[in-house]
Design a protein. Structure first.
Length: 83
């Protein structure tokens, strides 16, 4: 006979919230980029710790993927494209 699943195993773990500078490091962008994405509405903080905004890593990666689709490859973070 198989034992019943433990109550804890039925719930998925809560996503970790990380501060902006660590989120930037994990996504390979500058902390100012994280702040800009928030300002532009492309990324939303999931919480706060004092004055620091906290982010879900999956949200940061989604914003980074979106930004890389908007920018020609190889030009990420290089500023506006020449006309």
């Amino acid at each position: 006979m198989t034992p019943p699943p433990s109550p804890v195993s039925r719930f998925s773990p809560l996503p970790a919230l990380i501060p902006g500078p660590l989120a930037a490091h994990e996504a390979g962008v500058a902390p100012a980029t994280i702040r800009k994405w928030v300002q532009l509405g492309r990324l939303t903080a999931a919480g706060k710790a004092g004055r620091a905004q906290l982010f879900r890593l999956e949200d940061v990666f989604a914003a980074e993927r979106d930004a890389s689709r908007r920018t020609p490859s190889g030009m990420r973070g290089a500023g506006p494209a020449p006309a």
